[in-house]
Design a protein around this ligand. Sequence first.
Ligand code: ADP
Length: 546
Amino acid sequence: MLGSMQSKQLLISSIIEFAEKNHPKTEVVSNTTEGGIHRYTYADAAKRSRQMANALTNLGVKLGDRIATLAWNGYRHFELYYGISGLGAVMHTINPRLFPEQVDYIVNHAEDSYIFVDLTFVPLVEALADKIPTVKGVIILTDEEHMPETSLSGKVKVMCYETLIAGESTEFDWPEFDENTAACLCYTSGTTGNPKGVLYSHRSTIIHAYAANQPDVLGLSALDVVLPVVPMFHVNAWGNAYICPMAGAKLVFPGAHLDGESIQKLMESEKVTFSAGVPTIWLGLLQYLRSSGKRIDTVKRLVIGGSACPRAIIEGFRMEYGAVVDHAWGMTELSPLGTFNRPKAGMENLTDEEYIDLSMKQGRGMFGIDMRIIDDEGNELPWDGVAFGTLQVRGPWVCESYFKGEGGQVIDENNWFSTGDVSKIDPDGYMIITDRTKDVIKSGGEWISSIDLENVAVGHDAIQEAAVIGITHKKWDERPLLVCVKNEGAEVSKEDMLAYMDGKIAKWWMPDDVVFVNELPHTATGKLSKLHLREKFEDYTLPTDK
Ligand code: ADP
């Protein structure tokens, strides 16, 4: 027997309609690419999204068409999130930090028909113009006054965003369709091989947004002021572009200005209460706060994800600035949130030190995400905080396959998706990432966690950033090499580093060598690029191996 409740489809257009009706005056503030702050309300955003839907319809955009964006976090990008998906077309957010050949690959793979581009990224599209035949037009996210001279004219139709929507009606009846219809397309960074597309549906996006706003996850309310530093081209700003209008929270978009000084200024002037981003962003902010003496007193919580968060960052924000750092784990294939770190019953009276210890873990599973760890033979491992193995997940916002079937079968017969992470899970259900499968260091048949070593190394006052990679070793197969970037003006030697790490890690985990470099390579999503680092040290011989 079926239940007798209404089966209204879960569609993204309903989010902006809801915000317009229930939070019409709540502000959306943007630091713009043209310069200066732009401010309007959810009611304005909803109207302009409908104008965009009318404009797209006039351009001939239909259900299922892929429409790309190359843009920072800002109000026009936000309108596109609703205008494109609301119409039933697919919003394809491209990460502009990818190599140009990867951008070219994914535009062609996705068969994008239009590209919406911020002023900053016009040169990137100009360089690709001859290689993207499916693209019928490029729309520049600005007004007539700021339209640039571009070599794109003559090759494709070039349009100005404001002119495109100017004459359009603010009325548009959002179409009703199956909630399983594709809504957004996001490519993985592709550290090995070509990037692969993950195609989110309206249903998966809305369920993820509901789940991600549980009290023990983002837990945002209509009184929050949210600054998503995480880009809208990085897994939909981790859901913030949907969750904030659902919650009625004020949104503050940083645009291209992601340095510590700009973020502090925006946090102070807009009274930001909550922000989310990758560790490098928070490191930049922390350094700026310390050197300038400025504060972020309205900020209550910061979410860190995308890479393991060094203890020094969690400690710095909590102890010096009174901001709690919540550690989250996720991936493109999960829309992206999978686990979130908040305390549970029995942890009410943790000391700061104990709380920081807890915060180092990647967090508990969210309702909707089923998670387990398995060994190499596929046996499920216990949640004892000791056993570690491949992390697998399944649930309504976990991908079933990649776009166009790339990579073949990616889930097993019971829907388990292997994340490529090696983890342990403690008896309280907190998951701890040991490493990426391909980054773990295999020394004499045992595993060394590169992440654990990096976390210890960055705890040293003189160290800004650290990476550990495995170097081939005749006797042990692989041994760890620690590669560090020093803080400006800091003095520290290899011997100092090894002495500092002594006693904080198992003796046999001790790096066989320490090298200092001016900077470390990063991926398009701000992670340490171990692939590039391994290439750089391909011919390196450890002193213990001579
Ligand atoms: P994104 O680029 O959105 O971070 P990717 O899909 O490219 O997502 O990368 C996901 C991977 O990032 C995870 O499989 C994991 O290895 C790593 N990751 C994400 N969050 C964390 C975290 N909190 N701690 C350690 N690693 C993390």
